[in-house]
Design a protein around this ligand. Structure first.
Ligand code: ADP
Ligand code: MG
Length: 140
């Protein structure tokens, strides 16, 4: 019999103290569901980079994960400024991170590029001054 699991984690904008916490919780849950190796690694990277982006650029967001026998689908939705030029934002090294964010070691401009690299299917939807939705699919 095929099983489906779904869970969500909220992420607060600007809360750098907790950066990585949601990702770690989610990784534990995925391990508990028997996900390991390259699939776990790629999923964890994609979620971590998305979490840091919510904290860095948005007011608040939500990470939703759905696990089936076949795949892991992750929807990351935030309320925030949105991404005006998605093609530019996807470029390696492109970042609008301010000094404060860079001093904490973020803002290398590799996040979205890495998320896409880790995904088997990846889509960004964004509305100016509303927010951003990342749809990530990873096959098991
Ligand atoms: N959730 C988001 N909301 C608004 N802008 C975003 C979001 N995620 C990414 N961006 C924009 O895309 C750029 C590139 O993101 P990313 O590749 O993760 O690199 P970095 O976070 O290091 O800047 C960011 O600098 C920012 O301008
Ligand atoms: Mg980033």
């Amino acid at each position: 019999m095929s099983q489906k699991y779904e869970f969500s984690f909220p992420v607060k904008g600007d809360n750098f103290d907790d950066a990585g916490k949601a990702s770690i919780q989610i990784k534990k849950r995925l391990k508990g569901l028997g996900i390991t190796g390259d699939v776990l690694r790629r999923t964890a990277i994609a979620i971590y980079e998305s979490e840091v982006n919510i904290i860095s650029y948005a007011r608040q967001g939500n990470i939703n994960i759905r696990v089936t026998d076949d795949n892991i689908s992750i929807n990351i939705r935030d309320s925030g400024p949105g991404i005006a030029d998605i093609k530019q934002a996807m470029q390696q090294g492109y970042s609008t991170a301010n000094d404060r964010i860079r001093k904490m070691g973020f803002g290398a401009g590799m996040g979205l590029f890495n998320i896409k690299n880790c995904s088997d299917d990846f889509e960004i939807l964004s509305k100016a001054n509303k927010g951003t939705l990342l749809k990530i699919l990873i096959n098991r």
